[in-house]
Ligand binder design. Sequence first.
Ligand code: MET
Length: 764
Amino acid sequence: MVLSSVLGFPRIGANREVKKAVEAYWAGKLSAEDLIKAAADVKKSSWTSLKERGVDLIPSGEFSLYDHVLDHSAAFNAIPKRYQGLGLSALDVFFAMGRGRQADGVDVPACEMKKWFDSNYHFVVPELSEETDFKLLYNKVLAEYKEAKEIGVVTRPVVLGPISYLVLGKAAKEASPNFQPISLLPKILPVYKQLLSELKAAGAESVQIDEPILVLDKGAELDKQYAYAYAELAPVSPKIILTTYFNRLDSNINFIAKLPVAGLHIDLVRAPQQLGEVLAAIKSTPIVISLGVVSGRNIWKADFAVAIKFAQTAIAALGADRVVVATSSSLLHTPVTLASEKKLTQQQRDWFSFALEKAAEVATIAAVLSGSQDPKVSAALEANKVSIAKRREFESTSDDAVRKRVAAITPDMYDRKSPFAVRKEVQAKHLNLPRFPTTTIGSFPQTKEIRTARAKLGKGEISEAEYDEFIKKEIELVVKFQEKVGLDLLVHGEPERNDMVQYFGEQLTGFVFTQNAWVQSYGSRYVRPPIIVSDVSRPTPMTVKWSSYAQSVSSKPMKGMLSGPVTILNWSFPRDDVPRKLQSQQLALALRDEVLDLEKAGISAIQVDEPAIREGLPLRRSDWDEYLQWAVDTFKLSTAGVTDATQTHSHFCYSDFGDIFPSIQRLDADVISIEFSKSDMKLLHTFKQYGYSNQIGPGVYDIHSPRIPSEAEIIERLKTTLAIIPDHLMFINPDCGLKTRGWKETEASLANLVAAARWARANA
Ligand code: MET
C-alpha cells in the first residue's frame, strides 16, 4: 500500500486569521491567551481538513506564529543576550527576536532575516556563538503533536534538523573570529535527543526531520556531521524520515543512503532527474522513499500521469510498501484553498490547485497506486487527465506578436549608450544632487486610509476619478513631506500600489489574480502572488501618470519606480510550460517601454527594483551561470534604452551577494541601493575588493522594524561604510521601502537620516 503525505501546511489560516490575531496581540488588543486560542483553531482546521482529504501522514509542529526557524531558536534557548532579562514573557521574547521591540523602555532591534532557500519566505537567522547555551525550554513539537491527537488526528511531527538549523545560523557578534555554527553540533544534539525521545514516549511513530541543506553544494562537506548526528538521534527517536526539498541531492545521496534513517524524502518536481540515482543508492537498504510529486511551490494542478509514472518506477525498484507519495515540500508556499476564489473563470479554476486541493491530489495519487477501486478515485483520475489536456491546449494559443518581439531582441538593446563614468558626469549636471544624496527606496506608509480607499474602489463605492483624486493627494503629501524633511531625490510614495508585483501584473496581459490566495512572506506579512498564465505584454503605460503628477508638484528631481522583470517573475507563480527565461524576457520588453515612457514624461531617475534577483539564484552553483546570464540580461533589457542623462537605480534585499558580485556590476545600474543595516561590512569589502564602479546606497537603517534609529547611530553606520566606499559614490537611504511602517516612525527616522547626511557632507 502506498501512503500519502503532506510535508507542511500554510499556517496563516484560510482567512488570514493568524495575521489578524498576531497583529491584534501586538497592538495590545488581544490577550496572549486569545492569541493561542486563535492559533489553535487554525491548526485544528488544518489537521481535520487534511484528514478529510484522505492524507495518511499529516504534519504537526510546523505551525508558527512568526517563523519556524525562530520557533526552534526560542525553544532551544538560542536567544541572543539583548532579548534576555527584559522582563518579557517567552512569547514576547519570541516576537522581539522576530520584529524588534521598542516599548516601555525596551529598545531592541530584530534579528536578521534571510530568504528561505530560493523562496520568497524569510526566516529569522539563528545567532550562535560558543556561549550559546542550548536547552529545551519547551517542546513545541510535542505540544502540537498532542494537540492534534486530542482532536483525533494522529500526525507526523516535523522538526528542522540539527545540521540545517546550525548551518542556516550565523555567528553572533560575541563569537570568536573563526567560529562556525556547525561546531555546536555536539552541544545541540542532546536537545534534539530530548525533543525526539519525548515525541517517541508520547507515541509518535515517525518524525519528519527536514534537512534541506542536503540539496546544497555545502551538504557534501557535512557527511561526517550527518553520520555522527543521525547515529546519535536514531536510537532515541521515532522513525526518522529525512526530508529534503527544492533541489537534487546529487552525490550527497551516497552518504545519505548510509544514514540510520527509516525514510528519505526527495523533491521530484524540482529535480525529477534524481530519481534513478536515489533509488539505486537506497535499494539495498531498508529506507522508504517519499516522492515529492505534487509541487509545494506552485499552484498548477499536478499531472497525475507524470506522478504515477515516477511512483511506478519507485515501486518497481523497492516495492509498494517502501513508497510514499507526497507534496514536494511544505505547502507553506501555496495559498490555502481554491474554494476561497470566487472570481476565477471556470477555465482558470480548472488549471489550479492550492494547498487543500494538493492534499487531495497526493491522497488520490496514493489511492490509485494502491489499486483503489473507489469510483471517486477513478473519477478524479479521469478529471485530472481532462484538466491537464485543456491547459495544454490553452498554452499552445500563445501571443504571437510577443513571441516575435522576443525573437527580434538585438545585442545592442542590452547596453547603455555610454559607460558609467560618462553617464555620471551628464547626470550630475542633469539632476544636480548634492554630495551624499539622500533618497528612499520608493514606498511610503500604506495607511489604513489608503487601503480603505482601494477597497472602496474595488467595491465600486467610489469612482475611479475619486480614487485618483485621493491618490494624488497622498502623493502630494508624500512629496511635500520629503521636501520638508530635506530629502534630495524624491519618490511619489507608491500609494496606488497594493503590492509591487500585483500592481504591475494587473496592468499587464498574461496574468491572473486571486482574491484570497495569500502566502506568508515573513511574520504577519503575507503576499498574494499573481499567476502568469500566458504571454505577457503591456497594453498601456502603467506608472507614468503618477510619477508625472509627483514631478509636477515639486522642483526636486523625482525617481520613477518600477518592479524588475526577474522580481515580477520570482514573486508571481510562473507558468510551468515555458522556461523562466522567456517569461522574464517578455516582462523586460514590457518594462522597457514603460521606462522609455517615463523618460519621455520628464522623469530623470528611474528605479527598477530587483530585490528577488538573489533569491532566484539556483541552489546549486553549477546552475548559476545560466540563470545569471538571462536574469542580468533581462534587467538590462528593461533599463538600457534610456539616454545618458537618465539615472537608473535598482534595489536589492537581503543582499547576500558577495558571491554573485560580477553580475551586480554587469547590471550597470547607475545607482544601486542594498539592504544592509543588519549585515556586517563583509559585503562592502567585496564591493571594494572587486572595484565596484557605480554608485551605491547601503541601507542605513532597518525598515522591517518600527524602531527609530537615532542620528548618532546612523552616523556611526556611515562612518564605517565610508571607510570602505568612496564618498563620491555614496547615496544615503533606508534599507528598503517604507510601506509597512507608520508615519510617526517614518518621519522621525528620515529626519535622522537627513541629519546624518548633513553630518557626512560637513565631515566626510
Ligand atoms: N520600491 C519598492 C518599495 O519601496 C521596493 C521594495 S523591495 C522589496 O516598496
